[in-house]
Design a protein around this ligand. Structure first.
Ligand code: ADP
Length: 455
């Protein structure tokens, strides 16, 4: 298995070498083609010059002789081509031996393509004087293109430059590839290290780095968020154990102390006392019921009995049930409903549980003489139910956690009874219905819970 850095470096380097090699080949092919065309043009010009030269000699002498234009032989020999002069009847006046240039190649010049061993080919050009063919010039050579030493040197130096450029490009790109792959691999490695630290239970460990690559930055944020979540879950877990033992210990202590006192005859056994003890047993039972209910809704194994629910009817019913308890605390519950009927699809019993838990909190955490306002608003896409109270409010520190299992605000933990599962049940039931809940609160001023049902 390769590391990201190694894999990325290898890929980038291979791609670079391939593209540089392809570029070098294409540039070389293109350059050779252009250079050969240039040499072809030079050869054409040379041939025209030879024909023109013979023509001038013929015009001057009016006939061919054994030494007509013989001086061209030296140039031909030096330049590695073979020259033959024929008269109008194609009789050879003079001619060079192709073998001479074949063997003489190494001495005078070099031929790149055939090195003197190519196939001999010749071209015949007419020598026209006054519209009449007076002779023929035959130019033969062992290669379609003849290269002089300078030509070869020129070609070699170009090829050398291309090779040097390719090597420089490869060195630059390899260095860039290493830097780039480090840029990718380092944060990924650090994220992996962080996840190992978190898995080891070091929930306070955070990754303190930033990347200018969006996805990597998201990854860093996600691992830090995961760490935060794990830390909170861990705190909750510890709190949960403490809370459960506290919740169980309190009624048990009360029961134990009272029963012992009754057995010892210290306190008389009266109906009132037995009722008080029974209240503790009921409280104990309620806690176990809530935990059981929470387990069920957590496991999502409970099936919903979906039906058409009259939302206003349901909420009014719940508020009516709470009016007596609210009255004891001098809390007023106002339901602000307009005339339209609002129906949603859901499990009526479970939705009722949702409103019971929220209205119960709104009354429980209210001040004497406080208010609970219930508003229902309907729009095209959803129905929003807002339950606002003028109670003690929730601190900024507690607000993000109130829907967590067994979470209880500091104040309610110390002064108001409860077991911290009501809102978790609310959230689970709403999740099952595809609805969601938002909470806003200001300590001392009150809280507002808004539930959004899709229509
Ligand atoms: P419980 O009410 O049994 O403690 P909940 O899950 O219903 O558990 O609520 C969790 C915590 O959220 C409460 O302990 C309390 O601190 C806070 N809370 C919920 N509703 C309100 C409210 N209306 N006003 C103030 N605090 C609230």
């Amino acid at each position: 298995m390769h590391s990201v850095k190694k894999r990325l470096s290898i890929t980038l380097i291979l791609c670079t070498i391939l593209s540089v090699a392809l570029c070098t080949i294409f540039v070389n092919i293109a350059m050779n083609a252009t250079f050969n065309k240039y040499l072809d043009d030079v050869q054409d010009k040379r041939n025209s010059r030879i024909v023109e030269y013979f023509k001038e000699i013929y015009i001057k002498d009016k006939k061919w002789s054994k030494n007509s234009g013989e001086e061209l032989q030296h140039e031909a020999y030096m330049s590695n081509y073979c020259l033959t002069l024929m008269d109008g009847n194609k009789n050879v006046i003079w001619g060079m031996d192709p073998n001479e240039i074949k063997n003489g190649v190494a001495v005078h010049s070099m031929m790149l393509q055939n090195n003197g061993k190519g196939i001999y080919s010749s071209k015949t050009f007419n020598i026209n004087v006054d519209g009449k063919i007076v002779g023929y010039a035959v130019v033969g050579q062992y290669s379609p293109v003849l290269l002089s030493e300078e030509d070869i040197n020129f070609k070699l130096s170009i090829n050398k430059s291309i090779a040097i450029s390719a090597v420089i490009v490869i060195i630059i790109v390899v260095s860039l590839a290493l830097i780039l792959s480090r840029q990718f691999s380092l944060p990924i490695k650090r994220v992996a290290d962080t996840s190992v630290r978190l898995a080891e239970g070091n929930y306070t460990f955070r990754l303190d780095m930033k990347s200018n690559i969006k996805e990597i930055n998201n990854l860093i944020n996600s691992i830090n968020m995961l760490g935060e979540k794990l830390k909170n879950q861990d705190t909750l877990r510890k709190r949960l154990v403490a809370d459960i033992s506290h919740e169980i210990r309190t009624p048990l202590n009360v029961l134990q102390n009272n029963i012992e006192a009754m057995i010892d005859g210290i306190v008389p056994i009266t109906v009132d006392r037995l009722n008080n003890l029974n209240d503790e047993v009921l409280r104990f039972g309620k806690l176990l019921n809530n935990l059981n209910y929470l387990k069920e809704s957590d496991m999502e194994e409970t099936e919903l009995k979906i039906e058409r629910v009259n939302l206003k009817g349901l909420i009014s019913e719940v508020c009516e049930d709470f009016k007596t308890i609210a009255k004891e605390k001098n809390v007023k519950i106002n339901i602000n409903l307009d005339n339209n009927e609002i129906f949603i699809f859901g499990d009526a019993d479970r939705l009722k549980q949702v409103f019971i838990n929220i209205v119960s909190n709104a009354v429980k955490f209210n001040k004497v003489g406080g208010r609970v306002e219930v508003n229902i608003k309907e729009n095209k896409n959803n129905v929003a139910v807002q339950i606002a109270d003028s109670g003690i409010g929730i601190s900024e520190k507690d607000l993000p956690y109130i829907f967590e299992r067994l979470y209880r605000g500091d104040k309610s933990r110390n002064e108001i009874s409860g077991n911290g599962v009501g809102l978790t049940i609310v959230k689970n039931i709403l999740n099952m219905h595809g609805a969601h809940i938002e909470a806003e609160s200001r300590i001392g001023a009150g809280s507002s819970f808004t539930i959004y049902f899709n229509k």
